[in-house]
Design a protein around this ligand. Structure first.
Ligand code: ATP
Ligand code: MG
Ligand code: FE
Length: 340
């Protein structure tokens, strides 16, 4: 039976209905970008309030669009963490209310598990095992994925997440919030080999990342880039350094695991230069590459509905107990679902 998924971990209010046989039946999203733009970042209190204001209508809309009467759902999934605690509580409360009223299973979902399973919503999808590169606003992770809930952390960022580095660098370049996609757009017109930036931590073995130095390198180069055209070169050179670094580590992770499939998910997975570079590497190295569609790289309800359905279909949820939410939740702590 179809699962309703609710996402409110940060600044997107989103819902979707996923069915194992019929696929994605409906999905809706409301982005709070404009609400937070004047502050240059997400204001947690405003985020929570806006989720409260939007969530009921969104749930009503996806249920109507899916054609599934609420009572016929197989469960209600919600993002339990990691994320902003006040924002998470909104989705959790609505999900728990629905599940209680309709006597349905309540399924807490790990936000990053949902991101890494998002390619499963596509027609061309990976099979287990695969390597996942999770690149979002708050995380940069390389994960060996053996099955749902069976994850081994191979590497992570020791400081800024990739999305965060994009956003902070965009701010330095005077671009509006949220800067990642803006920087990518500016980079399209630039010469990516003009400024020589490091490929951090690629000169030594290992799968960890560090991106805060790159942001500083851009800051110290800024005086050499006074004109708009120079800024485009700077943006392009930064993007080259980041995407090269990610590609080098992906190749290493595939070598280390012996896996032949790479999944790239999370907001930075929408970056076209990254897609292009990994596509070329996949051809050259003979591995298969999978992405969610661009709209499902950033936060969305479809991935929550899917992850909830996958957990439910295979047995136990990630966590029992009423209204489970947590701001921090290491992915490697998850366990595979077990048959009930
Ligand atoms: P997390 O999933 O870690 O909790 P999040 O949910 O805020 O963080 P996502 O919604 O997955 O993150 O992704 C948002 C991030 O992706 C932002 O940092 C944004 O700048 C970045 N991003 C989105 N599109 C692009 C792009 N085309 N190029 C580079 N970065 C991008
Ligand atoms: Mg967001
Ligand atoms: Fe996210």
């Amino acid at each position: 039976r179809p699962v309703l998924g609710i996402e409110t971990s940060c600044d997107e209010t989103a819902c979707a209905v996923y069915d194992g046989e019929r696929g994605l039946l409906a999905h809706r999203l409301h982005s709070q970008i404009r609400l937070h733009a004047e502050y240059g970042g997400v204001v947690p209190e405003l985020a929570s309030r806006d989720h409260v204001a939007r969530i009921h209508e969104l749930v009503r809309q996806v249920l109507a669009e899916s054609g599934v009467p609420a009572a016929e759902l197989g469960g209600v999934a919600y993002t339990a963490g990691p994320g902003l605690i006040g924002a998470l509580m909104v989705g959790a409360s609505v999900a728990a209310g629905l599940a209680t009223a309709l006597d349905l299973p309540l399924i807490p979902v790990h936000h990053m598990e949902a991101h890494l399973l998002a390619p499963m919503l596509e027609e061309r999808r990976p099979t287990f095992p695969f390597v996942a590169l999770l690149v979002s606003g708050g995380h940069t992770l390389l994960v060996a994925v053996r099955g749902v809930g069976d994850y081994e952390l191979l590497g992570e960022s020791l400081d800024d997440a990739v999305g965060e580095a994009f956003d902070k660098t965009a701010k330095l370049l005077g671009l509006p919030y949220p800067g990642g996609p803006e920087l990518a757009r500016l980079a399209e017109a630039g010469n990516g080999s003009r400024f020589k930036f490091p490929r951090p931590m690629t000169d030594r073995p290992g799968l960890d990342f560090s991106f805060s130095g790159l942001k500083t390198a851009v800051l110290t180069t800024l005086p050499q880039a006074p004109e708009a055209a120079d800024r485009a070169d700077l943006a392009a050179s930064f993007q080259e350094a980041v995407t090269d670094t990610l590609a080098i580590k992906c190749r290493r992770a595939l070598d280390a695991t012996g896996y032949t499939q790479l999944v790239v998910a999370g907001g930075v997975g929408a970056n076209l230069r990254l897609r292009e570079k990994l596509g070329a590497l996949a051809q050259q190295q003979g591995f298969e590459l999978f992405f969610p569609r661009q709209a499902f790289c950033t936060d969305n309800g479809a991935m929550i509905a899917y992850a909830g359905w996958a957990r439910r279909a295979q047995g136990r949820a990630t966590h029992a107990g009423p209204l489970f939410t947590t701001p921090r939740w290491p992915l490697a702590e998850l366990r595979p679902p077990v048959a009930a």
